[in-house]
Design a protein around this ligand. Structure first.
Ligand code: BG6
Length: 467
């Protein structure tokens, strides 16, 4: 499979540590984790300290046979303050990572923001700040000019849908609000961010490509009745269309905008000049994260509510409350009695990889797709050597990969696959107990010792057999 990249993924706040080293400014996650709002007191201040261990981590990736690495750049490492002055040490850190990747022939797939807005943007209203897209485009321009073609695959934003959802619906991510008006504003501003960043990107005529990463697949339902089809449509209005339509097609569906307004959301923040920029600046590829499916039914309860797996459920007990979301009159989550949930209440359903890739390809003109994340969170114990036998993860990954490769075979334009995550790292509100890595990190050890897990060797074999 020559046209397929095989790798794994991380994100700056989750793995770098060094939160205030070498001139880095604070991000909204530094601010949140250091505040009283952080109920667990757990932070990403050190995490697995990728900042000082990147050579070892990239070498281990290469030894596993991985030929691509997805990581993100911390905006506040590059532009620490509101004055816009560029921090050369920040650029140098990412130059070093790129050097290391080049040394092993690993292709970098780099996300410009993965949740960690600079705190100075947060103080002005974060993703709802009207100036966020211009500030983001400026930061991206600095990156494009500096890194240029050394980064062949750029991603503007990681999971605008999930980020906006956690920030403004559930309220478990900073700024911890529950406000659908702000959710709508945030989604729109994120679409403007992507379009304005692409406008800067195109000016440089790089050979690199640019995309964004979507966090969930299209909605689906157990029944096929007019009411269920309607629920599916509304869930897509909430989770998919406001993100993929402007980024890929360059416009919003007018019927969706009308329905949103009927829900009482004021869309007067939408400006013709922004819409013109979106129309002219669409993405080259889609990054698609695949974990679970959006299974919905008509909303009969009349309730609007959002429950995430990780709020109040990070104590290691594995409470399996179902993850769910509901919008009065639109849709609510359904439960398939024939499937299992993971320890955080998220459904495990490998076939969703196939439907996601096939349906997305159909709707969006067979766009090039990278599966930018796929992984399984687990509570783990290691032996005295740090070795973890994570058979459950191997089963999860191989089942999902079966459906991903089947979608590729059946015509989806899938170009790459990334396991989440390269090594154990900070799992947002779940802290460090929920592990995803192919490589175990001993957080008790001063050197943060790395040990490949059984899944690492399984992946090594898998790549060998598929290259
Ligand atoms: C994705 C994010 O949504 O899921 C990652 O892009 C995240 O940053 C991953 O870590 C797993 O989610 P969680 O909350 O279990 O860490």
């Amino acid at each position: 499979m020559k046209d397929m990249l095989w790798g794994s993924a991380t994100a700056a706040y989750q793995c770098e540590g060094a939160w205030n080293e070498d001139g880095k400014g604070a991000s909204i996650w530094d601010e949140f984790c250091h505040s009283d709002k952080n109920e667990t007191g757990i932070t990403g201040d050190i995490s697995c300290d990728f900042y000082h261990h990147y050579k070892e981590d990239i070498r281990m990736m290469a030894e596993c046979g991985q030929n691509t690495f997805r990581f993100s750049i911390s905006w506040s490492r590059i532009i620490p303050k509101e004055d816009g002055v560029v921090n050369e040490a920040g650029l140098a850190f990412y130059d070093n990572i790129l050097d290391e990747c080049e040394k092993y022939g690993i292709i970098p797939n780099v996300t410009l923001i993965h949740y960690d807005l600079p705190d100075y943007i947060g103080a002005k209203g974060g993703w709802c700040y009207p100036g966020v897209a211009d500030a983001f485009a400026y930061y991206c321009k600095v990156c494009f000019e500096h890194f240029g073609n050394r980064i062949p695959l750029y991603v503007t934003i990681n999971e605008p849908n999930h980020n906006a959802y956690c920030n403004y619906c559930v309220g478990n991510y900073p700024p911890n609000e529950t406000n659908l008006q702000h959710y709508a504003r945030c989604c729109y501003n994120m679409a403007c961010c992507t379009a304005k960043a692409i406008r800067e990107f195109r000016k440089l005529h790089l050979t690199s490509k640019i995309g964004f990463v979507q966090g969930c697949g299209p909605a689906t339902s157990l029944l096929d009745t007019p009411e269920y089809r309607q629920a599916v449509k509304y869930c897509n209005y909430f989770c998919r269309d406001p993100f993929l339509d402007p980024a890929i097609l360059g416009y919003y569906n007018p019927e969706m905008l009308e329905e949103i307004q009927k829900k009482g959301i004021d869309l007067s923040f939408m400006k013709q000049e922004d819409l013109d920029i979106m129309k002219e600046n669409t993405i080259d590829f889609l990054g698609q994260n695949i974990y679970s499916r959006m299974l919905v039914k008509p909303n009969t309860s009349g309730i609007t509510a959002f429950v995430v797996n990780n709020k109040g459920n990070n104590d290691g007990t594995g409470n399996t409350r179902r993850e769910s979301r509901a919008i009065s009159g639109w849709f609510e989550f359904d439960r398939d009695p024939n499937t299992v949930l993971n320890k955080w209440g998220r459904e495990i359903y490998p076939q969703c990889a196939y439907t996601t890739l096939m349906e997305t390809s159909r709707r969006y003109h067979n766009i090039e797709i990278y599966v930018t994340e796929n992984g399984h969170g687990m509570y783990e114990t290691c032996d005295e050597n740090g070795y973890v036998e994570d058979d459950e993860r191997i089963e999860f990954l191989s089942n999902y990969l079966y459906w991903i490769l089947k979608a590729k075979e059946d015509g989806a334009n899938v170009k790459g696959y990334y396991v989440w995550s390269t090594m154990d790292l900070y799992s947002w509100i779940n802290g460090y107990k929920k592990r995803y890595g192919l490589v175990h990190v001993d957080y008790e050890d001063k050197q943060l010792k790395r040990t490949p897990k059984k899944s690492y060797y399984w992946y090594q074999e898998f790549i060998k057999n598929h290259s």
